[in-house]
Unconditional design. Structure first.
Length: 82
């Protein structure tokens, strides 16, 4: 199954639906792509946001959220070849 068919952001892995899909590119979420300029966030910005979301929304420790971000982000299409 293609990553886009799974409905997740190709930059951070967040599930994509409705108001969270970027108006510039449906492969990305509103947190990874600025909705005024269309500019995509850098790897470090996305990584920090993923760690923060892991702690705040998933109840993970900083260490757990960091490990999760370090494991998941490099497998996503936007970062896979970097």
């Amino acid at each position: 199954m293609d990553i886009q068919d799974q409905g997740i952001c190709e930059s951070c892995g967040m599930p994509l639906s409705g108001k969270f899909i970027s108006k510039f590119d449906s492969r990305y979420c509103i947190y990874c792509q600025d909705q005024d300029s269309g500019e995509l966030k850098s790897y470090e910005e996305v990584r920090k946001g993923s760690i923060d979301a892991g702690v705040r929304l998933m109840g993970k420790t900083i260490e757990e959220a960091t490990a999760m971000a370090n494991e998941v982000l490099p497998t996503l299409p936007r970062w896979k070849n970097n």
